[in-house]
Ligand binder design. Structure first.
Ligand SMILES: CC(C)(COP(=O)(O)OP(=O)(O)OC[C@H]1O[C@@H](n2cnc3c(N)ncnc32)[C@H](O)[C@@H]1OP(=O)(O)O)[C@@H](O)C(=O)NCCC(=O)NCCS
Length: 241
């Protein structure tokens, strides 16, 4: 069986371990976490082997990066840049109860938790975190490093640009774009395009403030929009930058 290490040892990392065990495709070797206080301990019975750079000493193991939260949702992107692994080192984790249509694609390093639905021709990029009961519908495009919290629903043809964070239970109207590294608050209804680097909340969603500094830092490093063709190329195993 393929071996897998999980970068991170927090909530999302633990949820991913459970999905991996339910799927039965990989044997989890353990977590990697930069907090030395947890090295040598166990999380839900899974060992914390050492810091994140230990990934380079385990070349036979596939990898998923499972860090990030609403206060620092750029953390996955920073870690991916730091460890600089080739795309084929990354696993794609899909819970067995997720419903992924044949016409949809999911990139390396992405994780889909239980009961997600991808209806038709959905493009999900690399290092995307999709929490339970998320519904992505026809022609949605989800770019690299996006986080979609539980219960989010996207109408058809919606686009979540690189690194966007969509909070629990939010709704995104069809053909609407959430800009790169923007955050949509939990329970919000997005009716029109959200610009990059902003926090929007409410129903209908309105601008609350600028995104937090870690996300704004990512916005400064890369601002171009990824086309659907480019995203498809990456999903086929092209370089992750
Ligand atoms: C949007 C969010 C990041 C704002 O956090 P914040 O900057 O700390 O904002 P505050 O809690 O100080 O609230 C600021 C204002 O926005 C309002 N607000 C905050 N979140 C809101 C939301 N989701 N919907 C509507 N209004 C919201 C508050 O009521 C407050 O309004 P007021 O100034 O009129 O009192 C946060 O509330 C949120 O929704 N995070 C996502 C959580 C999530 O989805 N977690 C799931 C996975 S762990």
């Amino acid at each position: 069986m393929n071996e897998l290490v999980i970068i991170g040892a927090g909530g999302f990392a633990r949820e991913t371990v459970q999905a991996v065990e339910d799927a039965g495709e990989f044997k989890v070797l353990g977590h990697l976490d930069d907090n030395p206080a947890v090295h040598g301990t166990e999380v839900d019975g899974v060992p914390v082997l050492g810091g994140c750079d230990l990934v380079h000493d385990l070349p036979g193991a596939r990898v998923v990066i499972c860090v990030g939260n609403p206060r620092d949702y750029a953390a996955r992107a920073r870690l991916a840049r730091r460890v600089a692994l080739p795309a084929d080192r990354y696993a794609t984790v899909i819970h067995p109860t997720a419903s992924v249509s044949e016409s949809s694609e999911i990139g390396p390093g992405s994780v889909l938790l239980a009961h997600c639905v991808l209806t038709a021709a959905v493009r999900v990029g690399a290092h995307v975190a999709v929490m339970p009961h998320v519904v992505l519908t026809h022609d949605d495009v989800v770019e690299d490093y996006v986080t979609i919290a539980s219960g989010v629903r996207l109408g058809g043809g919606a686009r979540l640009e690189r690194g966007a964070y969509v909070g629990s239970g939010a709704l995104v109207r069809e053909s609407t774009t959430v800009g790169a590294w923007s955050l949509v608050g939990m329970g919000s209804a997005v009716l029109g395009d959200v610009p990059p680097g902003e926090v929007w909340v409410g129903s209908p969603a309105r601008r609350l403030r600028a995104a937090d500094a870690p996300a704004l830092g990512e916005l400064a490093t890369r601002t171009e929009r990824v086309t659907r063709t480019e995203l498809a190329t990456r999903t086929m195993g092209g370089p992750i930058t």
